[in-house]
Design a protein around this ligand. Structure first.
Ligand SMILES: *Cc1c(COP(=O)(O)O)cnc(C)c1O
Length: 359
């Protein structure tokens, strides 16, 4: 018997989430499939979206080339841009769209001497996040240098928000204003919104949205509105069980001690599979569709769950760690992190794809 642990990826849900996200704003929408599509499989997800997506976005060139090699012909934007001239040449050959966020990238482009109008670039403005992008006072000059490069076919102006998933903060409005002032009078399309902004900040809607986490059905906002369908179901099975008397410890570090007679189920998934080690006893888990809790430390390949209240559960019972029943945000909260990190960490286990034809 093979290990019964897998991530089921619902491509129909992915397509529905994309279309919903795009419909929430006025512009086109890039589907962000960096980090192996947030752990969901970049090639499979991009292929499933190719006929409806206006384009894709990835973090770096190698991720984009993986899509090209798999036959993806849609626009693909490289969000970190290129690291050197050699990479820029590769990007141009592969018809990638590249972000230019600092002077060295601008210089590479000026040196490259590509064929005229052969490269679409996105000029990144630092509107307040202070991570990547040209400072507000340098934007007009950078834009001028770009438009003077014969190779540049178009310049799209972009920026990224620090706190779009916090609807009560004013940061996003300040960033929009700073972006507007720095780019005033410049021609070209604009792109500001990630998922949080699409869902919480309609004022940020421009020509292109960049949809990441919402594609995968994990709501980034503090008060979910139930319009997204989870794409990944992380699942396994109970493969052993035992009764413990009251007062017995379970697992590494004896972090959990039974209060009463307890039936413990052993589940074939652990932190090496992407389930967070720091998830404490009490974190919800579904067994045969009923919600119970994990008890004891998460091990590398196994976790232990409380089967005491579940009369008919036992060896072979289906376990959902997150998915349509257990919101990945609940697990992220219990683990002190965000859904993004949990999803990205799903790497070792096989993926099974379902759906994907029609929405
Ligand atoms: C990752 C990323 C996105 C997508 O963000 P989500 O919050 O997942 O929607 C958009 N824009 C940039 C620049 C990014 O790096």
């Amino acid at each position: 018997m093979t290990r019964p642990t897998k991530a089921t990826i619902d491509l129909t849900a992915l397509r529905a989430n994309y279309l919903w996200g795009r419909s929430q704003q006025q512009g086109n929408a890039l589907a962000v499939v960096k980090a192996n599509a947030y752990g969901h499989g970049a090639v499979a997800c991009a292929t499933a979206l190719a006929d409806i997506a206006d384009g894709f976005a990835v973090a770096f060139c190698a991720e984009a080339i993986e899509l090209r090699n798999a036959g993806i012909t849609n626009p693909v934007l490289v969000l970190e841009g290129c690291f050197n001239l050699a990479e820029l040449r590769q990007a141009q050959q592969q018809s990638l769209w590249v972000v230019i966020h600092q002077d060295s990238q601008l210089q590479d482009l000026e040196t490259a001497s590509f064929e005229a109008n052969s490269l679409h670039v996105w000029l990144k403005v630092d509107s307040g996040m202070h991570r990547a992008g040209f400072a507000l006072e340098d934007v007009q000059a950078a834009h001028k240098r770009l438009t003077e490069c014969p190779a540049v076919a178009s310049v799209t102006l972009m920026s990224h928000f620090a706190s779009s998933d916090e609807p009560d903060k004013q940061t996003t409005l300040r960033q929009i204003k700073a972006f507007e002032e720095a780019t005033r009078g410049l021609p070209g399309a604009r792109s500001l919104s990630n998922s949080g902004a699409v869902m919480a900040w309609p004022q940020a809607s421009r020509d292109w949205a960049r949809l990441g986490i919402l594609l995968y059905g994990a709501d980034p906002l503090p008060h979910p509105i139930d319009r997204l369908t989870p794409v990944m179901t992380l699942q396994s099975e109970v493969f052993a069980e035992r009764w413990l008397e009251a007062g017995e410890p379970i697992g590494y570090g004896e972090k959990f001690v039974t209060q009463a007679r307890t039936r413990v189920g052993l589940v074939a998934i652990g932190y090496a599979d992407g389930y967070p080690r720091v998830a404490p006893s009490g974190t919800p888990v579904s067994v045969d569709g009923e919600v119970t809790r994990i008890i004891g430390r998460v091990s590398m390949d196994m976790i232990t769950v409380d089967l005491t209240p579940l009369l008919s559960a036992g060896i072979g019972s289906k376990v959902e760690l997150w998915g349509k029943q257990i919101d990945v945000n609940q697990i992220a909260k219990a683990a002190g992190t965000i859904s993004y990190e949990l999803l990205c960490n799903v790497k070792r286990i096989p993926k099974e794809y379902i759906g994907g034809i029609a929405v």
